[in-house]
Design a protein around this ligand. Structure first.
Ligand code: 15L
Length: 267
C-alpha cells in the first residue's frame, strides 16, 4: 500500500528530480511533477504540471490536493540575483502560501550546504551554528530555512530542510569525499523526512556516511535517517585524479568549495 495519495515533486526535470521521480512513485498513488524544463511523458500514476515558481496563481493550483511536497525547484547553483530572487525567494513564498491555503502540512525543502559554505574545511559544524552563506544562492537557501521556520511556528507546517552536500553518481573531487550524498542515501533521507512521525522544523545535512565529514547531524536523529553509503570505495580514484590540493585556494579552505569564489554577476 502507498504511504501517500498524492505527492508533489518540484524541480522534477533537474538532476536530483530525475533521480527521485521513479523512487518517489513507489510510495504514492499519484506523483505530481513540476518544473519549467521538459518533463517528458507522464508514466502511469504521474501528473505533469509545468509551473513557474514566481507565478503565484500557478503555484497555488500546483499544491491543491497534495499530501506533502518535495521541493527541489528553483535555481540550484550560484547565479545572478534576479533569477534567484524570482525562483528561490518569491517562488518559495508562493509555495508556502499555497501550502497554508491548501492545508498541506509537510514539506521537504532542498536547502544546501552553501548556507554554511564559508565555514572552513577543518571545522565540524552542526546545523545550530549561525549561517555563513557563500553567495546569493546560499543566502536564498537561508531565506528558505527562515521562511519555513516561520510557517512552522505560525501555521504548524512541518519542514525538513536538507542542506544537501554533493549528490552525484560518485564523488568527483577531493572535496566531495566529504560532501557526497549517494542517490540511494538521498532517497533514504527524503523518505525518512516524508514519513517520520514528527519533523517539526528540522535542519539536517544531506550527506552519506563519509569517513571525513564536516557536518554533525546528531541532533536530527529523530528523523530516522541512517546513511548506508560512503566515499571510501572512490577515494583512490579521486586522489589519483586530483593528486594535490592548492592550500591557498579559497576553494580548498572553505566548505563551499568553488562556490566561495564565484561571482559577481551582471544582473
Ligand atoms: C549545490 O547546492 C548544488 O546544487 C550542486 O550542484 C553542487 O554543486 C553542490 O551544491 C555542492 O556543493 O557540491
Amino acid at each position: 500500500m502507498s504511504s501517500f495519495q498524492r505527492l508533489l515533486l518540484t524541480g522534477a526535470a533537474g538532476g536530483l528530480g530525475r533521480v527521485l521521480r521513479p523512487r518517489l512513485k513507489r510510495h504514492c498513488d499519484t506523483l505530481r511533477l513540476s518544473d519549467i524544463a521538459d518533463l517528458g511523458a507522464a508514466a502511469e500514476g504521474e501528473e505533469l504540471r509545468p509551473a513557474r515558481l514566481e507565478d503565484r496563481a500557478a503555484v497555488l493550483a500546483l499544491l491543491e490536493g497534495v499530501n506533502a511536497v518535495v521541493h527541489l525547484g528553483g535555481v540550484s547553483t550560484e547565479a545572478a540575483f534576479d533569477p534567484i530572487l524570482q525562483a528561490n525567494i518569491v517562488g518559495l513564498y508562493n509555495l508556502y502560501e499555497a501550502a497554508r491555503q491548501h492545508g498541506v502540512k509537510r514539506i521537504v525543502f532542498a536547502s544546501s550546504n552553501h548556507v554554511t559554505g564559508f565555514y572552513r574545511q577543518d571545522e565540524v559544524i552542526s546545523p545550530d551554528v549561525p549561517v555563513r552563506p557563500d553567495g546569493l544562492y546560499g543566502i536564498s537557501k537561508a531565506f528558505g530555512e527562515n521562511l519555513s521556520r516561520y510557517y512552522f511556528d505560525r501555521y504548524g507546517i512541518e519542514t525538513a530542510c536538507l542542506r544537501i552536500g554533493s549528490s552525484f553518481p560518485e564523488p568527483k573531487d577531493r572535496r566531495m569525499l566529504a560532501t557526497w550524498l549517494s542517490y540511494d542515501d538521498l532517497e533514504r533521507l527524503v523518505l525518512a523526512c516524508l514519513t517520520a512521525p514528527l519533523v517539526g522544523h528540522s535542519v539536517i545535512y544531506g550527506v552519506s556516511d563519509n569517513r571525513l565529514t564536516w557536518w554533525d547531524n546528531t541532533r536530527a536523529a529523530h528523523l530516522g535517517y541512517r546513511a548506508q553509503d560512503n566515499t571510501e570505495p572512490f577515494r583512490a580514484a579521486v586522489e589519483a585524479r586530483q593528486p594535490s590540493i592548492d592550500l591557498a585556494d579559497p576553494a580548498s579552505i572553505y566548505q563551499g568549495g568553488a562556490f566561495v569564489r564565484t561571482g559577481p554577476f551582471d544582473n
